[in-house]
Design a protein around this ligand. Sequence first.
Ligand code: ZN
Length: 218
Amino acid sequence: MRSARSLEGCRYRSSFHCKSVSAIEDLIGELTKLPGIGPKTATRLTYYLLKQSNERADRLAKAVSAVAEQIKPCDMCGNFTETSPCAICADPRRDSGVVCVVEEASDIGAIERTGEYDGLYHVLGGHLSPLDGVGPDDLRLDSLLTRLGNGVDVREVIIATNPSMEGEATATYVGRLLADKGVRVTRIALGLPVGGDLEYADGVTIAQAILARREVPN
Ligand code: ZN
């Protein structure tokens, strides 16, 4: 949003200057809409870009449009991809009998980096949040049910929503939704982070760690 002061300033400047100020404010405004970027950071990034070469700014602009134009959600799992189905859904070496449900496509990368999971994914596109007006119809739940009902032999659905209040509520909802679908439904174990300190962990985390306890191998 243009401030009253800059609008007033514009009246006394040439149209060229008005255009430049507007371009700067447009970029600051667009950057501010990004998650985790406030007006201060947006302003700093904008002025940083102004000091860079035109080629560098062009490369950034092209990278942003390429993402917008070429990347689409995978028809099957909702992962972002250039081709549908995505590389994970299309990989015959992966176990199509296990589907891991995540909130966002960006969560897939975190699980893939572990190298411990070889099943498929299903991206919900968020979590249930009544306060923000996000209900079951806003999540990719229909396509999850379609996937389970279209003859593909899914043995297990792992719910890997975030360990937040909304993530837990979503996990419970998905669990109930799949209760009579003849598929094993599991939730990722939540608890203490590796390298964490019991003394400083909150009660909910410790309680979940106790609930998710397992046998010590002997
Ligand atoms: Zn996919």
